[in-house]
Every structure is written in C-alpha cells, then in structure tokens.
Design a protein around this ligand. Structure first.
Ligand code: FES
Length: 106
C-alpha cells in the first residue's frame, strides 16, 4: 500500500492507502475522496480527474503521454504541474505523495 494525500483547493487533506496496482484516480474514487470526478472512468477522455503535483513529485513520474497532454490542453489548463490522475499508476516510489485537486472538481 502507498500513502497518498489528496488536498482540496481549500486545504482539506485526506490521506489514504492505495494499492500499487491502481491509478491515483482510482485510489481517490475507491476511498470516496472529494475533488476527483473521473467522469470517463479513466479513459483519458474527460479531464475531470485533474490534479496538481509539486515539482519534487512531478520529477518522479513518467512524463505525460500525448493523449494526456492533449486532454489537459483541451481543458484550458495552463498550470505546468497539472496532470490527469487516471494516467498515473501508483508505485512504491510514490509513497507519501501529495496531490491537490482544483476547485471546479467536487
Ligand atoms: S478519468 Fe477521465 S480523463 Fe481521467
């Protein structure tokens, strides 16, 4: 299990344990975490699993693939630290990661 802390736009924190075979999005949904909608169920098609990751953790992730980058751009997102949680597999290396969710996702 990997500890992930989901932080809402207003600072509320929710730390949960997520199995390594899930994505960061699935970890939020399974644990009833607010702030990630995931309307398309993880198919990189809706952009409603958006999260913001600090530079420190961002460097530990595989770079976003073309499909993810296109969806983020289509969403009008300009923050370079934005990622789609459904495209990030949970690994042991991410133990302790903190991700922030945007205000427009409930
Ligand atoms: S769940 Fe739809 S893009 Fe991630």
């Amino acid at each position: 299990m990997v500890k992930i802390t989901y932080v809402t736009h207003d600072g509320a924190e929710n730390e949960v344990d997520v199995p390594v075979d899930m994505t960061i999005m699935e970890g939020a949904i399974q644990n009833g975490v607010d702030g990630i909608e995931a309307v398309c169920g993880g198919n990189c098609y809706c952009g409603t699993c958006r999260i913001y990751i600090t530079d420190q953790w961002l460097e530990m992730l595989a770079p976003a693939q073309e499909e993810e980058l296109a969806m983020i751009e289509a969403s009008g997102e300009e923050d370079p630290n934005a990622r789609l949680a459904c495209q990030i597999p949970v690994t042991e290396a991410l133990d302790g990661i903190r991700v922030t969710t945007p205000e427009f996702q409930k």
